[in-house]
Write a protein that binds this ligand. Structure first.
Ligand SMILES: N[C@@H](CCC(=O)N[C@@H](CS)C(=O)NCC(=O)O)C(=O)O
Length: 237
């Protein structure tokens, strides 16, 4: 193989992905929601092929190769590109205001939830685990409030999804990380309480967990726990 060779599907979309990667799952779910065919190239993250550097010098999944040969990286960029490229699927809201509200929701989720998933798993002392768990739950309360606020928009339709009563872009961006409550429960006994301050989040997470756009791409609980073992710090007192 010379330096310009790497596998791709001619005149089609090629997605370089890994089934366990929560970022890559955003791109997979965007394609599924848009009902657009694509060629999947699974990248073994423990043994990445050298040609993958040509696809993404950062050596990370996901990467999308478009039919004209452009290469796009960063999961949210890729998912938003798919949503915009196929507007008939209405994955993005119709108005600029709602698109801004959607981006705000994803920003709140990405800064208050996802980092604390990893930080809670990586915390070694009991004290550190407890304080990170509390930060995670504070994030969940904020997301819960924001969801309830957004459900009051006409297109919020009273929930349980962010928009239009269906799994859409907000869920494409966040569902794989909500799914990480499984390893968090397994390794760190994290449980989102069933009280009022968490009600919006619990209702939303429950709807996500039953939707085919989540279940068809989700990793089975045992495999997910096994994959996340590498982040779990050994306990120190
Ligand atoms: N910010 C990137 C993060 C992507 C990322 O971290 N992907 C991980 C897998 S989940 C990866 O490819 N890591 C390289 C490696 O494991 O060697 C995105 O949103 O696409």
């Amino acid at each position: 193989m010379n330096t310009i060779d790497y596998p791709y599907e001619k005149n089609a979309y090629t997605l370089y992905s890994n089934a366990l990667c929560p970022y890559a799952q955003r791109a997979v779910r965007a394609f599924k929601a848009a009902k657009v065919p694509y060629k999947l190239v699974e990248i073994d993250l423990k043994n990445k092929p050298e040609w993958f550097r040509l696809v993404n010098p950062q050596f990370k999944v996901p990467v999308l190769r478009t039919p004209d040969g452009s290469l796009l990286i960063e999961s949210l960029v890729v998912a938003e590109f798919i949503a915009e490229q196929f507007p008939q699927t209405h994955l993005l809201p119709a108005t600029a205001l709602e698109r801004a509200q959607l981006r705000l929701f994803i920003e709140i989720f990405s800064s208050r939830f996802s980092p604390f998933v990893y930080r809670t798993l990586m915390a070694s002392s009991k004290d550190e685990q407890e304080s990170r768990k509390e930060s995670l739950l504070a994030g969940v309360r904020e997301i819960s409030k924001e969801l309830e606020r957004q459900w009051e928009r006409p297109s919020g339709q009273g929930g349980p999804f962010w928009s239009n009563g269906k799994f859409g872009f907000a869920e494409i961006a966040t569902a794989s990380f909500v799914g990480l409550l499984v390893p968090l429960g397994h390794y760190r006994s994290v449980v989102v309480p069933k009280t009022q301050e968490y009600a919006g989040f619990n209702r939303w997470a429950e709807a996500i967990s039953k939707d085919p756009l989540f279940t068809e791409t989700k990793v089975e609980d045992n495999a997910l726990n096994e994959a996340y073992k590498k982040f779990v710090a050994e306990e120190k007192q």
